[in-house]
Design a protein around this ligand. Structure first.
Ligand code: NAD
Ligand code: UFG
Length: 345
């Protein structure tokens, strides 16, 4: 299949690109490089022996999308492109409604007019907000607690409405829990700009000496050790979930929503200890008050994806930390050494 990967130069998209090539598909990356580097294409080529085409463009640029869709017939799109920082979404909500919601709207119109009727969308467990009970299945109420999460829910609903109006659309909404880790080669991974917002990249930068210590946000939650509990999923398991979704859902009309998680929760302290084992060194931490907006604990019920997509996460927390550490130690400054690094403000 010819597959359009919006945001395919990013953390998850670049790894999905590797897996798609390995599965014999033909991905084309469409990315404005606002949070990524063109250097990933070299790395993908070195890993797979195939250099995917990278089209530099914005999902809000209808003319550019039309040009691409006219010259390359696509069977399906995987839509990763978007902004994803919770704190930034609270400070600059209009940016998130513009890039995520408006961007997705322009993309969907362009796909629809070009006759593409199959999409896999990167949604997030953040659409659930503070859960009443865990584990979370796909029927749990959606009441996102921040702007970023609300934009994801708006896009989900836009896709649902589109599939009602145009029943030949095949829409798969994948709600990611907490993707971490890297390609096992250490060649592709997460490259946050500025101080990482997320736990594992932060721990990794402390371990490699770029930051003095991890700040643990709260140790007084109602969890076994008092620190927050999340469902961390190896990013390679996550991208395998996309391949499974494409295989099972392509050509099947209607909307399906799946959690992509392991079904297990781990606390901040458990992750820190697993990373210490992976890196073979102790990692300094200090405890600080809770981070506003955080919830105590949640993890997925991934049974529906297992049943419908025949997909399960198989990698352990130790695998996630081992691969995150290999990536960090081999690329202490991420892709920064690459001459074409695009930096955003
Ligand atoms: P990322 O920032 O590494 O990748 C997103 C890519 O989209 C980047 O390469 C960026 O340059 C590109 N992009 C952004 N706006 C664009 C635009 N207007 N036009 C074209 N390209 C644009 O993020 P990621 O971690 O790989 O996340 C991919 C998707 O998964 C996002 O939609 C994100 O919201 C979602 N998601 C991520 C997580 C996570 O923890 N990483 C969790 C849940 C959901
Ligand atoms: N944490 C720390 N110190 C840090 C960073 C995080 O103690 O420096 C803690 C948090 O308080 C939380 C846990 O580590 O208990 C995980 O925090 P992350 O920021 O790594 O992840 P979140 O669960 O807050 O959110 C992430 C992404 C969202 C996505 C969500 C999906 O940031 O975009 O997972 O579940 F939607």
């Amino acid at each position: 299949m010819n597959i359009l990967l919006t945001g395919g130069a990013g953390y998850i998209g670049s790894l999905a690109c590797v897996r798609l090539i390995e599965a014999g598909e033909r991905p084309v990356i469409y990315d404005n490089l606002s949070n990524s580097s063109a250097a990933v294409v070299d790395r993908i080529a070195a890993l797979t022996g195939v250099r995917p085409e990278l089209v530099e463009g914005d999902i809000r640029d209808r003319a550019r999308l039309d040009e691409l869709l006219k010259r390359s017939p696509f069977d399906a799109a995987i839509h990763f492109a978007g902004s994803k920082a919770v704190g930034e979404s609270t400070r600059d909500p209009l940016l998130y409604y513009d890039n995520n919601v408006h961007g997705s709207r322009v993309l969907l119109s362009a796909l629809h007019d070009a006759g593409v009727r199959s999409i896999v969308f990167s949604s997030s467990a953040t659409v659930y907000g503070d859960p009443d009970t865990v584990p979370l299945d796909e029927q749990a109420p959606t009441r996102p607690a921040n702007t970023y999460g609300r934009t994801k829910l708006v896009i989900e609903n836009m896709l649902r409405d589109l599939a009602v109006a145009a029943p030949d659309w095949s829409v798969t909404l994948l709600r990611y829990f907490n993707p971490v880790g890297a390609h096992p080669s250490g060649q592709l991974g997460e490259d946050p700009q500025g101080p990482p917002n997320n736990l594992v990249p932060y721990i990794a930068q402390v371990a490699v000496g770029r930051r003095p210590h991890l700040t643990v946000f709260g140790d007084d939650y109602a969890t076994p050790d008092g620190t927050g509990v999340r469902d961390y999923i190896h990013v390679m398991d996550l991208v395998d979930g996309h391949i499974a979704a494409l295989r099972r859902r392509h050509g099947q009309p209607g909307v399906r929503t799946y959690n992509l998680g392991t079904g297990r929760g781990h606390s901040v302290m458990e992750v820190l200890q697993a990373f210490e084992r992976a890196a073979g060194r102790s990692i300094a931490h200090v405890v600080a008050p809770r981070r506003p907006g955080d919830v105590a604990r949640y993890w997925a019920d991934p049974a529906l994806a297992a049943r419908d997509l025949d997909w399960r996460a198989v990698r352990s927390l130790d695998d996630m930390c081992r691969d995150a550490w290999r990536w960090q130690k081999d690329n202490p400054d991420g892709y920064a050494a690459a001459p074409d690094r695009i930096r955003t403000a």
